[in-house]
Design a protein around this ligand. Sequence first.
Ligand code: NI
Length: 157
Amino acid sequence: MAIRNIVKDGDDILLKTCRPVTVFDAKLAQLLEDMAETMHEADGVGLAGPQVGIRRRVVTIDIGEGVMELVNPEFLEQSGKQECVEGCLSFPGEYGITTRPKHVKVRAQDRHGNTFEFEADDFLANVCCHEFDHLDGIVFKTRAVRMLSPEELENLK
Ligand code: NI
């Protein structure tokens, strides 16, 4: 496994749509393992392909319940509403308020290409929305109703 470089704000790859994964090989497995390791090392809860310079529809998530590997993920359902405070490993130190669905149903593939579905609420639903947005070149700042002020950031700590 290897830690990869996390792409930061200002790199165009963060604003581009990602291509679907069509080949489920050892290289994909390696990418997913590297993404999980990179995400953990950076203390993140989610990471998307473009954040490690790969324009493919791959996401890793870990909200403390184990690593989820999501290849070609898509929403089957989104419902409800929640207000979230979001940050992003590509925008260190910046946080904003977003409105996201409170409940989502997701279909994705695993590293072998097997399709699976799951439902998520609250924080996990929020993380799915944030990460899947990355695959469409959408960063959280464009979703943010407003960014947090320096005083509010102090209170987050
Ligand atoms: Ni992000």
